[in-house]
Write a protein that binds this ligand. Structure first.
Ligand code: SF4
Length: 208
């Protein structure tokens, strides 16, 4: 599954900025410009959408938001997982920065990961490497998106990670460039550890 080409499944409007990777979040800035509340709100009418798509599709779950935001009730998350389990002809990618909640719900048995659903963590710099460790505790297929890169990642153990990608920011009011050394360091580790390299975006222009 390539998250860059996945179709958005918009089941939540709004989110909340959490860490440096969120600084230029497109949905945050869109809400600011439109002067609308950015607090996350579920879109219950969208939950069944994958069941109506007959062609096998890669779907990005809660695109532009975060399914594991603390404002999203566990019952809603379970409903989303039930739909993903039923729609087993699709591939789903659940990407979060709130990996600790994803880990907690998973290890407590409140959500179970079908084979067509991949659990993903976003990690923008070294102080968030713990998100990879939390992800490794989840019994699921796993992916890591290093980005938008805001600093060096440093050494990282990718045991049990199926795929990983690297993203340089090319959106928002002030896109941040990345030191090529940060990119080389993480791409080398992905390939040396035999993890599927999704895509490496070296330059902002290439990611557009
Ligand atoms: S977690 Fe994702 S959607 Fe939410 S504010 Fe951060 S970048 Fe935006």
């Amino acid at each position: 599954m390539d998250p860059m080409n996945a179709r958005p499944w918009n089941i939540i409007d709004g989110c909340e900025r959490l860490s440096p990777g969120c600084d230029n979040c497109p949905t945050f800035w869109e809400a600011q410009q439109a002067n609308i509340d950015y607090h996350p709100v579920v879109r219950r009418d969208q939950v069944g959408v994958p069941l109506g798509i007959t062609l096998p599709t890669s779907l990005l779950v809660a695109a532009g938001s975060d399914l594991f935001h603390e404002a999203i009730r566990v019952e809603f998350i379970q409903e989303v997982f039930e739909v993903m389990k039923q729609a087993d002809w699709h591939q789903f990618e659940v990407m979060t920065k709130r990996v600790e909640r994803m880990e907690s719900l998973s290890t407590r048995g409140l959500i179970e990961w079908p084979k067509n659903v991949i659990a993903g963590a976003a990690v923008e710099e070294s102080r968030y490497k713990w998100r990879v460790e939390a992800l490794q505790n989840i019994k699921a297929r796993r992916m890591v998106m290093f980005g938008p890169i805001t600093g060096a990642i440093g050494k990282v153990n990718l045991d049990g990670i199926e795929s990983a990608g690297v993203v340089v920011e090319n959106w928002g009011p002030y896109p941040r460039s990345a030191d090529p050394m940060w990119l080389d360091e993480i791409v080398d580790q992905i390939t040396e550890q035999n993890v599927n390299l999704l895509k490496a975006y070296w330059l902002c222009e290439e990611a557009s």
